[in-house]
Design a protein around this ligand. Structure first.
Ligand code: ZN
Length: 260
């Protein structure tokens, strides 16, 4: 079973009746319940309001894939937790960022870029096209599918060039957007998936649910986590894989813990 946490900031569900009516249990619990229909996935949820945002060292150590949805309260996420999440990704945990998580602190930290885009809230139609047909994330997904009402996100999207582009979107108003992008950061697999504005029932859509479940399976790395992803050990001259003659001059002591 792939142990998955769906993290939600859980703000609009509490304040906005439209959102609360679409997701009475919260978006995080709704997405987790949909994932639990998949026999390979075991999903729980966590929110901004939980102690340590529900992301304690112990819980993250026992998590294979973390899914992140945030919008109104990115700034309320503790920098200490952001760093903890990024360290886990570098150690090999998978991570999926949904919709407005493009501006979430951990996404910006992992991308090292502004991650900005253009947007419009008009309930317009979005058509997503598969751009990587045999990719595991597109398994069982038709070449294109539509969401009747969505928020528009448009290019240029200020992210680094991805490892793979899995989906692009067309919007009724004319813009296009790279809607499904994969990255590797350290040992961790990252998937960004665009749809999911909170005032539309996007996460009730079975195709969207399938993409997220596929994303969990793709991001999952079954290998043991790397204990210290920041380790930069010195290899002394006499421990080089091949015999070498030291030429000097030398600035550092053999075996010292430099460059941390
Ligand atoms: Zn939105």
């Amino acid at each position: 079973m792939i142990k998955t946490i769906v993290w939600g900031e859980n703000v609009h569900e509490q304040k906005n009746k439209v959102v609360a009516d679409i997701y009475p249990d919260g978006m995080h619990n709704h997405i987790a319940a949909a994932l639990n229909n998949d026999p390979e996935i075991s999903a729980t949820s966590a929110t901004l309001q939980d102690p340590e945002h529900g992301l304690t060292e112990e819980r993250l150590a026992d998590t294979d894939v973390l899914i992140w949805w945030g919008h109104a309260a990115h700034g309320d996420v503790s920098d200490e937790i952001v760093e903890r999440v990024c360290e886990r990704v570098w150690s090999g945990m998978g991570m999926i960022f949904l919709h407005s998580a493009h501006f979430a602190k951990p996404f910006k930290r992992l991308m090292g870029a502004p991650c900005n885009l253009t947007w419009r809230e008009a309930g317009e139609r979005e058509r997503l096209w598969v751009t990587s047909r045999n990719h595991p994330i597109t398994a069982g997904i038709p070449d294109s599918f539509e969401l009747e009402n969505e928020e528009m996100y448009g290019e240029p999207f200020g992210v680094p060039e991805p490892l793979e582009t899995v989906f692009i979107s067309w919007f009724q108003g004319g813009e296009v957007f790279r809607s499904g992008l994969t990255y590797k950061r350290g040992a961790g697999n990252i998937f960004y998936f665009r749809p999911g504005h909170e005032t539309y029932p996007t996460y009730h859509n079975e195709t969207v649910q399938r993409v997220i479940a596929n994303g969990v399976k793709w991001a999952y790395n079954p290998q043991p986590r790397i204990a210290d992803p920041n380790a930069a050990p010195n290899v002394p001259v006499d421990e080089a894989p091949e015999k070498i003659e030291e030429r000097g001059p030398r600035l550092h002591e053999a075996g010292e813990e430099g460059y941390r």
